[in-house]
Design a protein around this ligand. Structure first.
Ligand SMILES: [Zn+2]
Length: 257
């Protein structure tokens, strides 16, 4: 019987609310110690919500088979049904109330067909929206779109393209903050000098500029997955500092009696 099995469940370690889940496999983002249980699926309906970016629990719509293999399974009544290779469902976040689509496959080496009666374990392999692909609406449109495209291309393992789009987002941020002329490095430095950028973020931005240049104008074989991942993690922190936190502070003040 031709059965195929999905990739193991990604395990994610994060230290900020805006860290990313990247591609498949085990990932470690940043250097912090806080850890969450990864993205949700029907086996473990809790974890990071890609919409509200909070640790949450989820209610499932119930899985629907979407892909069938060549094999068949004999049912008790003597009938046969096709082996399901992948299934999809919508998980409703109990925090934000939004839905997250998850596609699941059987976890490797857990099928009763080869292991003698162990329970089937389904694990999520794809999620929509992708983590990081939802950029806060407080972020200006030009920056938001560039950042979302950077996230999408990263998720497709296009690291150079992700780097180029993230650099565009950084250029748009500099322009939005009033640093419209000169080399990007000088514009970022100007933002730090006039206290629009927190000093640590400004230092970090210098590293980002180098990665951005490698993607946009330098040798195209010089951008690694880690380079792009670090760049996108920085960009998320930057927009959080410049746009999201001030917006949320303003909203809190508005709602005060
Ligand atoms: Zn949510």
């Amino acid at each position: 019987m031709a059965l195929k099995y999905g990739a193991p469940r990604p395990t994610i370690h994060i230290e900020t609310s805006m860290a990313h889940q990247r591609g498949t496999g085990n990932r470690t983002v940043g250097s912090g110690t806080a850890r969450h249980s990864g993205l949700p699926d029907n086996t473990h309906p809790e974890g990071l919500c890609p919409r509200c970016r909070k640790q949450s629990s989820f209610d499932s719509s119930g899985p629907i088979p979407v892909t069938f293999g060549d094999g068949v399974v004999a049912d008790k009544d003597g009938s046969y049904s096709h082996v399901v290779e992948a299934r999809a469902s919508v998980l409703g976040c109990r925090n934000c109330g939004q839905g997250v689509v998850v596609v699941e496959q059987l976890e490797q080496d857990t099928s009763p067909l080869i292991r003698g009666g162990k329970p089937l374990i389904w694990r999520g392999i794809h999620w929509w929206p992708m983590t990081g692909a939802v950029v806060h609406h407080a972020v200006p449109e030009a920056i938001r779109f560039a950042l979302q495209e950077a996230e999408a291309t990263f998720a497709a393992n296009c690291f150079r393209a992700a780097t180029i789009m993230a650099r565009h987002a950084l250029e748009a941020i500099a322009a939005d903050q009033g640093a419209e002329k000169g080399k990007l490095v000088d514009r970022v430095k100007a933002l730090a000098d006039c206290h629009k950028l927190q000093p640590n973020l400004a230092d970090w931005a210098t590293e980002v500029r180098l990665v951005g240049n490698a993607g946009a104008h330098g040798p195209l074989d010089n951008v690694s997955e880690d380079d792009a991942k670090d760049l996108l993690a920085f960009m998320q922190e930057l927009v959080n500092y410049l746009y999201v936190l001030p917006f949320e502070l303003q909203e809190r003040r508005k709602n005060k009696p």
